[in-house]
Design a protein around this ligand. Structure first.
Ligand SMILES: Nc1ncnc2c1ncn2[C@@H]1O[C@H](COP(=O)(O)OP(=O)(O)OP(=O)(O)O)[C@@H](O)[C@H]1O
Length: 359
């Protein structure tokens, strides 16, 4: 079967959305600078265990407070490229220049002796992971509107990295713990581009390839489409409140394996996190589910670009995936969505679909 093409055909005739180019202003520009090790020791109480926010594959993150009173998060890299201080600084400075309101910007770095540290603004509302599955999950109910804003915001951040940053950046590690939430619970994509600082072979095999359930099945070259796949998983996680991988009867089940039959039966409301107690926006639910399914397709060339994703998430009224009731449960695989090319056709089906499935 010939692959690709829908996106090429559909999107190449669309006017360019210049909004994406315009949203480059950061909420807080922050002042980029080099920190001394001494200053960071003082800020984090000597990297005290009590200050530790968590640990990832590249190192531990500590909460700290500068003499100015500003709160920071300091990532202390445990594995770093043998690059000289100067080279490290150059690479981090490139990342530091990437500024967007939905990207967690770097405030600076420290490279002294054996230490390599990266300094970020501290996000008191922590990560999406903490809200959905972590230690604050029991007390947190992100409502539908907040989830929708997180979906659109993180898509915009990622689209900026893929399409407008100079140089463009493939994130490589999109997941709920790398989506941080600001004071208004808006999303900031964190940790972008850091994988570049890690030398080949210094991490356990597969650690960046997402043992956690976010990684695309297509092996080989890391590209933007791998981020798009992970973003699809993230969307389904945001809708359902489920982890990307669960153990069911001793077997691992991916979130898409769980969601697939529900999507095929058109039971979209059954995908929604029970914590929302049925309070969600039906049209937006359809949009989120369909975009999630499109992003998580097996074949990378069939996935939309992040720019397309932003437009689809923001635009109401159009359906991009033929509803399952139109071609039968056995006829549709998640990696073979049937796509509509005209909005009229889509609208008609959408109406039938809404009446039949959600009415
Ligand atoms: N600026 C920040 N403000 C608040 N919490 C943060 C900040 N940066 C990171 N964290 C939290 O610190 C913890 C560790 O982050 P880290 O990025 O090291 O690991 P991770 O995201 O869990 O995994 P990975 O290493 O694969 O990215 C995570 O829970 C993350 O959400």
């Amino acid at each position: 079967m010939a692959r690709t093409s829908f996106w090429a055909k559909y999107w190449c005739y669309r006017p360019v959305d210049h909004n994406l180019c315009r949203i480059v202003d950061s909420k807080k520009p922050g002042t980029w600078r080099r920190f001394s090790l001494r200053e960071l020791h003082a800020a984090t109480n000597n990297f005290n265990y009590d200050n530790k926010l968590g640990e990832g594959i590249m190192g531990s993150v500590y909460w700290g407070q500068l003499a100015s009173g500003d709160q920071i998060a300091v990532k202390r890299l445990k594995v770093w490229s043998a690059k000289a201080e100067r080279e490290f600084a150059v690479e981090v400075e490139i990342l530091g220049r990437v500024r967007h309101k939905h990207l967690l910007s770097l405030l600076g770095y420290c490279a002294e002796g054996q230490e390599r540290l990266i300094v970020y603004e501290y996000m008191p509302h922590l990560s999406l992971y903490s809200h959905l599955h972590g230690h604050i999950a029991a007390d947190s109910t992100l409502n539908w509107e907040q989830r929708m804003r997180i979906a659109v915001g993180s898509a915009e951040g990622l689209a900026y990295l893929h399409h407008y940053a100079t140089p463009t950046v493939v994130h490589r590690n999109i997941k709920a713990s790398n989506i941080l939430l600001d004071d208004s619970l808006d999303a900031l994509v964190a940790d972008f581009g850091l994988a570049k600082l890690i030398p080949e072979g210094s991490l356990p095999k597969g650690s960046l390839k997402g043992i956690s359930g976010y990684s695309a099945p297509n092996l080989g070259k890391v590209s933007e489409s791998c981020d798009v796949f992970s973003f699809g998983i993230l969307l389904m996680e945001l809708i359902s409140g489920r982890k990307p991988i669960r153990r069911v009867g001793g077997e691992k089940q991916s979130i898409m394996e769980w969601a697939g039959p529900l999507v095929l039966d058109g039971r979209y409301p059954d995908l929604v996190d029970a914590k929302l107690e049925g309070k969600f926006h039906q049209d937006e639910l359809i949009r989120l589910v369909q975009v999630a399914v499109l992003c998580a397709q097996s074949f990378p060339e069939e996935r939309p670009s992040m720019q397309d994703v932003v437009e689809m998430l923001k635009e109401g009224g159009q359906q991009f995936v033929k509803p399952p009731s139109q071609h039968g449960r056995d006829g549709l695989r998640l990696d073979e969505p049937v796509l509509y090319k005209t909005s009229t056709e889509a609208t008609e089906v959408n109406n039938i679909f809404e009446l039949a499935q959600l009415g």
